[in-house]
Design a protein around this ligand. Sequence first.
Ligand code: NAP
Length: 497
Amino acid sequence: MSEIRLLEQVSSFLTRNNGHYINGRAVNGSGSERFPVVNPSSGEVIAEVNEGTAEEVNAAMDAARAAFTGSWAQTSPMERGNCLNRLAELLQQHREELAQLESLCSGKIIQLSRLFELDQSSHFMRYFAGWASKISGETMSLSLPSMQGEKYTAFTRREPVGVVVGIVPWNFSIMIAVWKMAAALACGCTIVLKPSEFTPLTLLRVAELAKEAGIPDGVINVVNGSGRTLGPLLIGHPHCAKVSFTGSVPTGIAVGKEAMADNLKRVTLELGGKNGAAFLADVTPDAMVNGILEAGYMNQGQICAAAERFYLPKSHIDEVLQKLAQRLSQLHIGASLDESTEFGPLANRAHYEKILALFDKARQEGNEIVYGGNALQGPGFFVEPTIIRAKSAQDLLMREETFGPVCTFLAYEEEEELIAMMNDSPYGLAASLWTNDLSKALRMVDRIESGTLWINMHNFLDPALPFGGIKASGIGREFGSAFIEHYTELKSVMVRY
Ligand code: NAP
């Protein structure tokens, strides 16, 4: 199969003088530096983007603050929801254009870009739109003693926290930003987004569509450039009231420290992990293989919730790994814009080099590489989907996040031992448990340490269900009603009458 034809809008977008989106318009940027955008399928530079400076940060934060106290504050909750619904509709109308742009920048296969980055993003956007008109406080009866017949009443209000800085990674450049912008806007906040420098283009286009959807200027702004430079400028800006960060644990810790040190700015951190998947012995080997493919290899393993450490019963592990290797060997590996591709490249050169170094470390540690473990012939950042058999729970690949298509397996004999191994990690974003014995599974639910636990499924997110990590995988929750407390402050009002 060959690659799909690029839409005319996509080709022309790539050749534009792209930079930032501030106060309702595309801005080239004041600095002279430009950074390249590389297509991971070919390794070729497909566009250049202006590197942001303090000038763009200040302009974006000023615009967001002015909109927060001005136009957006005057927009009724219902109308805020209507705006988000119109943007969801526009994402659908521009589905193919945005999906192509995403696949070109991130290497995500085009089918996944369409399904997750556009369809799911619209779905999430509509969910948040519904909340905009349903955010409310409570009334309370007070117990204060009345001296001269006076009475008291009290109520709480949920007030928008202010300007949100949304810092997002490269693995789902549209969807993760949509989670943040829709949550912020539904609560009455405004936002300045900082995309990853590897995927700087899609959000520029989304911001343009937001204007078309009737969202006032300054409510959504996008500043592009290096996280290390722009991150501290954004977080430390006096207008920044809250940081909503998604990314790796080390960067998340740095962001959290920075926000706390700067007058306790509010912060939510959606970080990485080393998610476990446990298969009980009643599951058939073929069902285990299907479960492992779902949990570990989608989007080349570049999903924060993907499982990376797998525990299989000792009685099954040899057969399952052999069948899994056979299934991986049948995957069609290719360019992200080829519709027949099932497994694409890694998202960027730095990540590709990191995964190759991890293959070397696995070999040095004496792990058995059951399948894969090599780079594929270029061009592009392709590696083989890989199966590693660990020697012990202490092996590096059982402990350190790879964020790639590298699944590591360990056998267990007793279910008690299994629970201890599942919990033996400083992280706790997501986990899955696979069994036909639902009663046994439900008894294990409160014993497994993770923010999300899937039973007989993995990697499914729904806007109605809160998502976030425990332990070193983060602070705070996205989705459900849980997001509201992270984008609003609770004000108590007391009245004597
Ligand atoms: P990353 O290196 O931590 O970068 C994330 C974002 O932070 C990027 O926009 C990056 O900009 C920016 N950044 C870098 N240094 C910064 C600093 N000092 N201050 C402020 N911002 C800074 O993560 P990544 O490699 O893009 O993404 C992969 C990681 O994200 C994995 O660990 C994965 O598990 C995690 N993740 C978590 C979730 C979740 O919901 N829990 C979802 C997806 C991904 P530059 O790109 O310009 O450096």
